[in-house]
Write a protein that binds this ligand. Sequence first.
Ligand code: ADP
Ligand code: MG
Length: 679
Amino acid sequence: MENDLKTDESVNCLSGVGGARKALLERLSIRTIGDLLVHVPVRFLDRRSIAPIAELRPGIDAVVSGKIVSVARRRSRKGPSLTAVLSDDTGSITLTFFRSGFPGSKLRQGTGVVACGTVESFRGYTIVHPELYFSEEAAGAVNAPGMLPIYGLTAGLTQRTMRKLVVFALDAVRNSLVDILPGDVIAAAGFSGRWDVLRAAHRPDSPEEGKSARDLLALEELYLYRSVLAAVREKNTTKPGIPLASVSLKEFESLLPWSLTAAQKRVCLEVRMDMAGKSPMRRLIQGDVGSGKTVVAAFACVVAALAGKTAAVLAPTEVLAAQHFSSIGEFCGRFGLEVHLLTGGTTGSERKRISERLLEKPQSILIGTHAILEDWVPLSSLALLVIDEQHRFGVAQREKLLACRSPEPHALVMSATPIPRTLAMTFYGDLDLSVIDEIPPGRGHTETRVIDASGKSDVFRFMMERLRAGERIFLVYPLKEASEKSDLLDAATAYEIVRSGPMAEFGTGLLHGSMPPAEKVAVTQKFSRGEIAVLVSTTVIEVGIDVPGATVMVIANAERFGLSQLHQLRGRVGRGGRNAWCFLVPGGEASRVSLERLHLLESTSDGFVIAEKDLSVRGPGQVLGTAQHGIPKFKVADMSTDGKMFQAVSEMSPIPLQEIHQLIGCQLWRYFGMELSGI
Ligand code: ADP
Ligand code: MG
């Protein structure tokens, strides 16, 4: 039968998987045998210890064993139902089934049964739709007593099918598995090899063994990811790039309205060195909000354009594109360079003009959203691509974008998230890292306060005062529209209230993610110019809005945000040299722990300290804000709970390039959609 299958072979190769089942598995992102094997159970039922019925309590996951003493079928307005009473030596419990969940004729008086499920209290204790194992089956290998895996499923698949397939898959790959983690790491966790780890993840002998196997698989996944990134980086150092003649930093600085901070200078020099090198630059610039990353990007653009090449700046939103156009445009304009703005909203005639200008004069700077990557844009002289705010690109996407041009352009990625070192190693290991760890002088101080219910009216008075002084206010809400269940005030409702209240005379506006891009830009610009003094918004303002006149930010239901996210948000105020205030208003249901967490923001403004705290409390997901950062969705590892593992991975030396090639051959299933052929 199916012996010696490889993990990258289709689930089709397993007996019992035909077209229909294949489609169902696909819904769970399971396409290959490897996918199936890393579809680890969400939990286990510990059937080693069968509970005496008399000891059951509501809420526990129980496994009980006994005989059916009676079966009753009922019909009510809600439809048919069936209850069976199961008894052991100590007592009885009912098993309840509605409509579709009938166990059929198997459930008869006198039948021996093992039932698993959560005990509920309803006219005595009951288990609704328990999993049932009839005595004769319980002896079979697949459903042997012990730890019973419970899988995440999709409609049409049963636990039983899933268990059977996993057992088949485990059997099938027994002789073909190659270890990925170093042998000593596997041995230290008490396993004999990768097969043993997979076996234990699905059919452990104890809950502890199941947990350590699952953890090892998560570690393996992160380790593989980190190793792939390291390989990408190593490969990039051998590719031919576009060495660009250097520009004097002094001269650049002499055209700026202020002098560069020491950190900005250092990073500019690192960038300049990269761009003069033989292979393409891959650099991540990390710096807290307001640390002045834009000018570094502008410097890189100037280096490219003065060398006769095109520089492109890719922004995630139209708002940011417009903003970069004005700031980078201003810096570059001083060097007599031409700067173009191209977004989805750019008109046909303007597109034509940009295209003609770029052909005629490639030594310019093109700023925009994804539209700049469209085929019609003449970018044959592209020598630099700046990607703002980590965009939503995965590594594969980015590398593909760059590798399709020859020679490969330099790439500069800018992130406003201070990322703890351990995370950076794991997630951005394909990039060289520059950190701008200094805030330009002359900044006002931002005072942060956590406000309780009694402080709200003071905050309101204070806001009115600032408005009369001609300053501007952000009111931030976690949601655009509250869901039915939630009693949270959402941005749209809050806006209605503000608009009809005393603040209305200063001009109010609403900004949220699902507005058409042009409207977003319009509202932001009005706020920037001061036509609107109160901007009610969701977190869309998080990404890079620069409004120097804004001095107050009030964040509602602040406990719902991660600390790093709050830190990002508050970085939007106090940019104009004036002092600023950030008020964190927790919701009524905020826990004491979450309030304590918020207080950290009162005492520090160091993004790295805040990120470390987030990392220790809630895991990398909080720090990175997940989906926005182009980090793949891991199959086993969980960014909210596996924080420690990210640290562990950063301390391991990655799999060498030669070996990773072989591994990737049979591990590609891990990174579907990840084009690794280029590395
Ligand atoms: P971010 O790193 O958040 O993108 P920006 O590049 O938008 O920060 O810079 C924030 C503000 O600081 C801008 O208004 C910019 O003009 C100003 N700025 C940047 N560098 C300096 C500097 N060296 N001295 C004074 N102001 C600066
Ligand atoms: Mg910025």
